[in-house]
Design a binder for this molecule. Structure first.
Ligand SMILES: Cc1cc2nc3c(=O)[nH]c(=O)nc-3n(C[C@H](O)[C@H](O)[C@H](O)COP(=O)(O)OP(=O)(O)OC[C@H]3O[C@@H](n4cnc5c(N)ncnc54)[C@H](O)[C@@H]3O)c2cc1C
Length: 531
């Protein structure tokens, strides 16, 4: 057994948030544990063909260092995974973060010692660290959702998960392929698999709304203009609900004639700006009729692109509002179904039953496959925290406390788990805002909290169940005022059979979220208990 080491702060996770936390806390004695063999989190693990950000490159980058944002050049308007991984590695080198990161070393167990107000952190490689604070930058989409069907061990071919794609890549040329899942990832992946496969079967449970990404090589005039105005633009972004500079209409759909509506929607569809479609009218997420106008516009697009009417019909989402799940963006997804080597399989009506020796069996048929790619998403938002055995005050376990769904004051702290703060925790804006900059903002908030605790000689900060209740009310009130609750998705834990959770995302927009956080701190740490 290794001897215990002492640190001020343990950071869990070396994704974009954890790396920035290492930089922000550089004046403390800090160590970072990362499960992966490299830095970058999402952009280390998700190296499937087609992985790409759906926020413009000039926005989806760190804002904390002016020289960095001036000197870095993004080759494309929407960055692909290899470029994001190159960037994050550059940041790790440039800010000399590596020597404090322990890679391939997941945190497995944590226990809060009430006598000393210290966390005991234990890792996969046997490290034992005793520290005052733990900052969990463990990611909202970092635990792959394993396919639930039996028979995996029987399959003679290869099963891949998009979020654990082999680092060395894999040649899929000429293979009989199956793709399970048609969410954001499946939609990015399918056109590329189709080009390589002998035949590609795409197994769809729920069709997704998607719009063209508008990705293209970087426009250097656009880049120059951004760089000239970076700090002003970053500030403006933080004042928008999604932390992104999209044009947001303040006019309701009912104010327009039918032909004006179609014209506006057409403009948004070809805007080369992902998500513009959801901002065409002010009431898309609050008014079912408006939502239906936009949803119908997309269904018409799908029917116009996909030649086979039965396939087109299957690809049209009909039973949830557009935008209630994160809108997908694509590079030719619907066109893929016009290829002779691609078949859509409806596994809603005939569910997948099992993996077999030669492929996959549904309730209707068996499909012979060489490679099966599972794009089955994540045990989102809570998965990374509940897979660590975390014991708080009185030996209470986090996984038990959250058995019916997560609670957290401001999405930051859980009552009974002192000195543990989460970045992108449950009940924060998550995928409703641009996560890179929200992560930076939250790290700064945690930094300010820790600085103030140290300055004022506190040894413990906790929150209360009452405060968790206030936040639950805020989150539920907001979600009830929008159409988000009408979809089964990872926002409400309904992407995984049997998972409980309620609505886990803060949909009030980033400015309101930030204001409530700041007000609580300014108001004598309202909702927190310091001792
Ligand atoms: C395919 C995909 C596309 C996305 N596209 C966008 C986008 O377009 N725009 C956007 O805003 N967001 C997007 N996201 C969300 C993305 O996760 C965030 O933007 C951002 O990268 C989150 O950074 P993070 O550091 O907070 O978390 P992550 O990048 O998830 O990093 C968390 C890290 O913690 C590590 N970890 C977890 N548990 C442990 C443990 N017990 N011990 C040690 N290490 C642990 C993980 O291995 C991981 O490396 C996307 C996510 C995915 C999966």
């Amino acid at each position: 057994m290794k001897t215990a080491e002492y640190f001020d702060i343990v950071i869990i996770g070396a994704g974009f948030s954890g790396l920035y936390a290492l930089h922000r806390f550089r004046d403390y004695d800090v160590v970072c544990f990362e499960a992966g063999a490299g830095v970058g989190g999402t952009w280390y693990w998700n190296r499937y063909p087609g992985a790409r950000v759906d926020i413009p490159s000039m926005e989806y980058s760190y804002s904390f260092n002016e020289d960095l944002q001036q000197e870095w050049s993004w080759p494309e308007m929407f960055s692909a995974q290899p470029e994001l991984e190159r960037y994050v590695n550059h940041v790790a080198d440039r800010f000399e973060l590596r020597d404090r990161i322990r890679l391939s070393n997941a945190v497995k167990h944590m226990r809060f010692d009430e006598g000393t107000d210290r966390w005991h952190v234990h890792t996969a490689k046997g490290d034992h660290v005793i520290c005052k604070y733990v900052v969990a930058a463990t990611g909202a989409l970092s635990v792959p959702n394993a396919p639930p069907w039996p028979g995996r061990e029987k399959f003679k071919g290869e099963i891949l998960h998009t979020a654990a794609w082999p680092e060395e890549g894999i040649d899929l040329t000429g293979k009989r392929m199956g793709q399970i899942g048609t969410g954001s990832t499946g939609i990015q992946l399918a056109p590329i698999l189709a080009e390589q496969a002998e035949h590609l079967h795409i197994f769809q449970r729920t069709p997704a709304f998607s719009m063209p990404s508008g990705n293209r090589p970087m426009d250097f005039e656009h880049e120059r203009e951004w760089k000239e105005n970076y700090s002003e633009r970053r500030q403006k972004m933080m004042q928008t609900p999604g932390v992104s500079l999209l044009e947001r209409s303040s006019v309701a759909c009912s104010e327009y004639t039918e032909s004006q509506r179609q014209e506006l929607l057409e403009e948004a569809w070809t805007s080369q700006s992902a998500f513009q479609l959801l901002l065409t009218f002010s009431d898309i997420m609050t008014n079912r009729e408006t939502n239906e106008v936009v949803a119908d516009f997309v269904r018409q697009k799908i029917r116009a692109i996909v030649k086979d009417p039965a396939t087109a019909d299957l690809l049209c989402p009909k039973d949830y509002p557009i935008g209630a799940k994160r809108l997908c963006i694509d590079n030719g997804y619907f066109q893929t179904f016009n290829r002779p080597n691609v078949t859509l399989v409806d596994v809603k009506s005939a569910p997948i039953a099992e993996f077999t020796e030669n492929g996959l069996r549904t309730a209707e048929a068996e499909y012979e496959l060489d490679v099966i790619v599972t794009a089955t998403g994540f045990d989102a938002i809570t998965g990374a925290m509940t897979q660590i055995d975390i014991e708080g005050v009185g030996g209470r376990k986090l996984m038990d406390k959250w058995a019916d769904g997560p609670t957290a004051w401001l999405g930051l702290m859980v009552a009974g788990f002192p000195n543990l703060m989460m970045i992108h925790g449950p009940l924060t804006p998550g995928a409703q805002a641009q996560m890179l900059m929200v992560g930076e903002w939250q790290v700064n908030l945690v930094g300010d909290i820790i600085d103030s605790l140290e300055r004022d000689h506190y040894s413990r900060i906790d929150t209360s169940e009452e405060a968790e209740g206030w936040w639950a009310e805020e989150v539920n009130m907001l979600s009830h005022n929008t159409l988000h609750r009408f979809a089964n998705s990872w926002y409400n834990a309904k992407n995984i059979e049997g998972k409980k959770g309620g609505f886990m995302i803060y949909v009030g927009g980033f400015p309101r979220f930030a204001r409530l956080n700041n007000e609580a701190i300014a108001d004598g740490f309202r909702g927190f208990i310091r001792s």
